[in-house]
Design a protein around this ligand. Structure first.
Ligand code: GLU
Length: 316
């Protein structure tokens, strides 16, 4: 039997905050996963949300990833530069009748929602604008010139396989309802952008943190609607602080940039990640030195606790 083709994966940081140890862990795993199998690793800066992108952070992300010892194939892709492809995909969905215009504001959605809150804290959209307008022009006239586009979601569970966690089922209709593929300001939503960009660049392996697990079902619906292949998905647990809360981008003192600028040896960070992934790593090793030992079956299923007090590398 022919050996499976080497995978194509990607690192897709959003330059909206400094990267932290949780990112270090998922990016190292994503890189190990494809490089250990002789695959390609692309780098895409997800800079679509102009209101959240902060100047200089894209550059800092790249320096942090290089500092960790990661590399990538081809030029860094800026998601914003492929906007024409994203709008073309939206147009395909629209002409296939998969979308409808929506004029609801966030507040209206919150107030009208009768469904229980979904796991990520957002309320399911109750379908207020489904079938409400005959055209975009009519919706715009109603919405003070602005309208979003939502995907019609049929009731029932969306099933997919996670390569680490097995079969998953998410009831998108009940959890989030018809979801936006573009905002009222015309900006393409993350869910559509990630699907179009991964397919366009031939990504067939997506390894990322499991806070995006529930989004995967939405992405699958978009892949089906656009006739795009689905990648293999690997979702890995988040890193939490000793208080049990996930590390967030706002925790700047634990950021990779802060560690890098403090002169911390990146091999110490890499080795902490390796040990947290069940790999034997008795001495500090570089990312590439660990490639022969990569084994995702050793990955613990629970969130990883990072305790700065217990880890020497954050000491002043
Ligand atoms: N850019 C997203 C983030 O930083 C990740 C997107 C993805 O991996 O699908 O959360």
């Amino acid at each position: 039997m022919a050996a499976p083709a080497p995978p194509t994966g990607r690192l897709a940081p959003s330059p909206t905050g400094l990267l932290h140890l949780g990112h270090a862990r998922s990016f190292l795993l994503a890189w190990w996963q494809v490089r250990a199998r002789g695959g390609r690793c692309l780098l895409r800066l997800e800079d679509l949300d102009r209101s959240r992108v902060r100047p200089g952070l894209g550059e800092a992300c790249l320096r942090d990833l290089e500092w960790l010892g990661l590399d990538w194939d081809g030029p860094v892709v800026l998601q914003s530069e492929g906007a024409a492809h994203l709008h073309a995909a939206l147009e395909r969905l629209r002409s296939a009748g998969a979308l409808y215009p929506c004029v609801c504001t966030r507040r209206e959605v919150r107030e009208a929602a009768s469904a229980p809150h979904s796991s990520d804290g957002a309320a399911a959209y109750p379908g207020t604008c489904r079938g409400r307008f005959a055209s975009l022009a009519e919706a715009r006239a109603h919405g003070g010139g602005a309208a979003a586009w939502r995907l019609r979601v049929e009731p029932g569970a969306v099933a997919f396989r996670d390569e680490l966690l097995g079969c998953q089922a998410v009831d998108v209709a009940a959890e989030v309802g018809d979801f936006p593929v573009s905002g009222r300001d015309g900006q393409i939503a993350y869910q559509l952008a990630v699907v179009v960009d991964d397919a366009r660049s031939g990504v067939d392996t997506v390894l990322r943190a499991d806070d995006l697990m529930r989004s995967t079902a939405r992405q699958l619906l978009l892949q089906r609607a656009l006739g795009l292949p689905s990648p293999r998905w690997y979702h890995v647990p988040l890193v939490c602080g000793p208080d049990g809360r996930r590390l967030a981008k706002r925790t700047d003192d634990l950021s990779l940039t802060a560690l890098r600028e403090a002169g911390v040896d990146p091999r110490v960070v890499v080795s902490w990640v390796a040990r947290s992934c069940g790999l034997a790593c008795p001495e500090p090793l570089a990312a590439a030195e660990l490639l022969p030992s990569v084994d995702l079956s050793l990955l613990p299923a629970e969130p990883v606790v990072f305790d700065p007090a217990a880890e020497g590398f954050l000491a002043p």
